[in-house]
Design a protein around this ligand. Structure first.
Ligand SMILES: C[C@H](O)[C@H](O)[C@H]1CNC2=NC(N)=NC(=O)C2=N1
Length: 98
């Protein structure tokens, strides 16, 4: 089981994500972001590419889709909180959202 991040690691790794639209979830140790796309096909195409990457890394998002919006929550269930795996997935999501 991976260790939760230390306070210093958290600051260093989370600050860039908080600056790019991710927010801390209030009632659990997780980050959240709403992605918006041109239309449903663009949203679902992005989800498909992320799903393949996430599955290869065996680290999966909590997410939901309404038309062109995808709401994502990232946390590491086995660590009961944020880990470097969530940071990596968040960056992959930002990069692929363009
Ligand atoms: C058995 C399997 O390795 C685990 O359930 C994996 C799958 N994907 C996962 N995804 C996330 N976000 N957290 C986990 O702890 C996790 N664990």
């Amino acid at each position: 089981m991976p260790n939760p991040m230390t306070d210093a690691e958290r600051r260093a790794q989370l600050d860039p994500l908080l600056a790019s639209g991710w927010t801390l979830v209030e009632d659990r140790d997780a980050i959240r972001k709403e992605f918006r796309f041109k239309d449903f096909a663009a949203a679902f195409g992005w989800m498909t590419s992320i799903a393949i990457e996430a599955d290869k890394a065996n680290h999966h998002p909590e997410w939901s889709n309404v038309y062109n919006r995808v709401t994502v929550v990232l946390t590491s269930h086995d660590a009961n909180g944020l880990t470097a795996r969530d940071v990596a997935l968040a960056h992959a999501m930002d990069a692929r959202a363009g």
